[in-house]
Structure formats: structure tokens, C-alpha cells
Write a protein that binds this ligand. Structure first.
Ligand code: AKG
Length: 393
């Protein structure tokens, strides 16, 4: 790098009102990134630097290959043209740049809010989120959260302190609520479920099978929010499998074939009269009441296109997908078995280990999930809200 252009490193507290992208911390500059190529850069080492244009000469020099500006600019005096972006430098994704912009926003308000920090859970998807209080989040923060969900598909937002009312209020700001069939909601909160297993229970565990929430509905929920009130010290994790990564890994020939198929979804295996939860168990912590209406079927494209990102994913799951349109059971069963196993292979999964106060948000259009039944003798209590979704296409 030309010495005359070498950026002066600034301390974060000097950055109020500054524009542009720079890098501080342990002496790392954009120029130095060139030498350290595939290194992942974290939020603490990327800050806004006075007088440097965002994707100007320095950024090109550093080999920025791709970036997305997401969410509307809301921060006065910030000329980035957006308040959230992801950049790749030599293929290494830089996370959390938005967090610094949020940090500037909170400085402008005079608060001392810690920037939101995202830490990937795996090499493919899922992220831990820290440094954000969702009960007091502003619109910029929620925009950043939505964008992060599109990017990571599963967000485990740590250290929240939500009551039913505050949980409901923050969820409502993310979108309209979906419809909840078969399970009695919390009194006075028709859209909030208590996902509860008492220590003495030994019956089937709610959610313990790979599924995408309510995929048998005409418009299945876009996202689910699950908030941990009480969790066992160990066990009771939730596993997720990524239908986009699974789709991308298929051969073009297989993708073409699947792209023309519709899958048949139904709640019957879980909530039909002879399904897992077909008969109400008065001793269970959750009031689940199946019935004849669970026998209904709903067709959805087997490969769906995400309404926000345009990416394709396999939209099948072993709990609710019962067949393929126009095929006999003998024809569809082996193909579905292959797909169920393909999507849920370890390389396409991540796992959230809960702590009290963790709020996990997942995108049902991309991932399916599985509540792991390994904590018999311990109590686990969660609050759950689904957000309304569109008809899959
Ligand atoms: O309890 C869990 O970990 C997941 C529950 C579940 O499957 C759901 O809320 O859809």
C-alpha cells in the first residue's frame, strides 16, 4: 500500500460522526488484510474511520469481492447508503460490520449500548447473537436482525430478559403472527405457546422429529421465535438442518427433477386421531388436542424459493411430508427417504445449546428443526410465537 494513503488508526471513541470503513485493533488495516487473506475479522477490529469512503480505493485494493447493503439508512449523518452489510475479503466473510454502525447510532442517542455481535455456529449457517436487548431494540436493530436471519437462518440471541408481554410486543414488531393449531395457547395470549415438559413427563416430546413448523398449512409460518425460560443444565438442545445448503449440494440433474415436483404435507402423523399426539394426555405439560382436521393435506413445491433472498431450498420434512403429488407410495417413499436423510446429514446441521434467556429465531422457509429428547427428569419451559408466512412458491 502507498505509504501516503496508509490509514491512521483511530480509537473507537474518536469515531462519532465519522464516515467510511477502516480497521483498528491489533494493528490490522485493510492493507494488512491483503496479507492475511482468509482470516475472519470480527467486530472489535472493524470500525468506522474518518474520511475513508466505504468501497473506495482501499476496499478495492483489499479485494472486496461482494457486498450487500441491507436495511434502510436511518442514522443521520451516516453516508454509508445503508446500515448493514456483509463483505467478503478474499472469500472470508466479514461479519458484524452492521454492529458498528449500530454502535454509532447508540452513541448518537447518547446511550452506552454494546454493539450486536454475531458469531457463526458452524461453517454453513446459524449464529449466536450477543450485545442486544430485544425488549428495547430500535427499528435499526430489528432491521439488522432480520437481515442477519436471512443470512444465517438461525439466530440464538443470548441474554434476553423477556416476560410474555415484552416477548409478544417485540415479536409483533418483526411481523404478523401465524395461526397455531392443535395446541392450547397461554391464557390471554392466543399467539403464545408454552412449550413445556415437566420433570416427571415421559410421553412423546413436542417437536422431537425433523419438521418445519406447520408446513401442512397453506401459508406456513415464515419464522418461529422460541424463548428459553427454564432449561436443564445440559440436554434439551434444538438441532437445525439447512434446506438451502442441501439443495445447493445436489447435482443439477437432481435439482431439475425435484424442481418440477409438489410434495404432500399433512399434520396427520402428529395430530391425526392415531397420530403421536392424537389423544390428549391430561398429565402432559402442554395441552395438545389432535383430531380429524389433522387428516387434511396441502401441496407445496418441493423446492421453494425464499421470498426475501430468492434462494432455493428443499422444503420437505419427515414429520409432515407424506407423499409426492402424482406418485404412488412405492415411487415417492424412496425419494422422500433420500431427501429426508440428505437434508439432515450432519454437514447441513447446527445445534443450539440453550441457556435461560436465549431467544432463538429460525426461518422455517430454509431450515427444519428437531427438539432433542435427552433430559428426562428435568423441567424445560419455553415461550413460542410463529410469524405468518407466504404460500411457498
Ligand atoms: O422445544 C424445542 O426445542 C423445539 C420445539 C419445536 O419443535 C417447535 O417449537 O416447533
Amino acid at each position: 500500500m502507498d505509504e501516503t494513503k496508509k490509514p491512521t488508526l483511530l480509537q473507537p471513541r474518536e469515531l462519532i460522526g465519522d464516515l467510511g470503513l477502516g480497521v483498528v485493533g491489533d494493528g490490522v488495516t485493510i492493507g494488512a488484510l491483503i496479507a492475511r487473506r482468509r482470516q475472519r475479522v470480527d467486530a472489535q477490529r472493524i470500525v468506522l474511520r474518518r474520511g475513508q469512503r466505504l468501497f473506495g480505493e482501499d476496499a478495492q485494493h483489499a479485494g472486496v469481492q461482494r457486498y450487500q447493503l441491507q436495511a434502510a439508512p436511518r442514522i443521520s449523518g451516516l453516508s454509508l447508503g445503508g446500515c448493514f452489510f456483509h463483505a467478503h475479503i478474499f472469500g472470508a466473510r466479514i461479519f458484524d460490520i452492521h454492529a458498528l454502525i449500530l454502535a454509532q447510532s447508540s452513541r448518537q442517542r447518547g446511550d452506552t449500548v454494546t454493539p450486536m455481535q454475531l458469531t457463526p455456529l458452524t461453517g454453513t449457517f446459524g449464529a449466536d447473537v450477543r450485545g442486544v436487548d430485544l425488549s428495547a431494540a430500535d427499528d435499526t436493530c430489528l432491521d439488522a436482525l432480520r437481515a442477519a436471519l436471512d443470512e444465517h437462518h438461525v439466530l440464538a440471541v443470548r441474554d434476553q430478559n423477556l416476560e410474555i408481554d415484552t416477548f409478544e410486543a417485540m415479536a409483533r414488531r418483526l411481523g404478523a403472527f401465524g395461526e397455531t393449531p392443535f395446541i392450547t395457547a397461554i391464557d390471554g395470549h392466543p399467539d403464545v405457546l408454552r412449550v413445556l415438559r415437566e420433570a416427571h413427563e415421559s410421553g412423546p416430546l413436542f417437536g422431537s422429529g425433523w419438521h418445519s413448523d406447520w408446513s401442512f398449512q397453506q401459508r406456513p409460518p415464515s419464522a418461529t421465535l422460541l424463548y428459553a425460560v427454564e432449561v436443564p443444565e445440559s440436554g434439551g438442545d434444538t438441532a437445525f438442518a439447512n434446506g438451502q445448503a442441501a439443495y445447493d449440494a445436489l447435482s443439477p440433474a437432481m435439482q431439475d427433477m425435484l424442481g418440477g415436483l409438489n410434495a404432500v404435507h399433512s399434520a396427520r402423523r402428529s395430530y391425526g386421531p392415531s397420530g403421536t399426539f392424537g389423544r390428549n394426555d391430561p398429565d402432559a405439560g402442554m395441552d395438545i388436542h389432535g383430531g380429524e382436521e389433522a387428516l387434511a393435506t396441502q401441496l407445496h413445491p418441493l423446492v421453494r424459493t425464499h421470498a426475501a433472498t430468492g434462494r432455493k431450498s428443499l422444503f420437505v420434512n419427515e414429520v409432515y411430508t407424506i407423499g409426492l403429488e402424482g406418485m404412488s407410495r412405492n415411487e415417492s417413499a424412496p425419494l422422500l427417504r433420500f431427501l429426508f436423510e440428505h437434508v439432515t446429514q450432519v454437514a447441513f446441521t447446527c445445534r443450539v445449546r440453550w441457556e435461560p434467556g436465549t431467544l432463538t429465531i429460525w426461518d422455517n422457509r430454509v431450515v427444519q428443526h428437531f427438539a432433542i429428547d435427552d433430559y428426562t427428569g428435568h423441567r424445560r419451559e419455553m415461550l413460542r410465537i410463529t410469524l405468518a408466512g407466504e404460500q411457498p412458491r
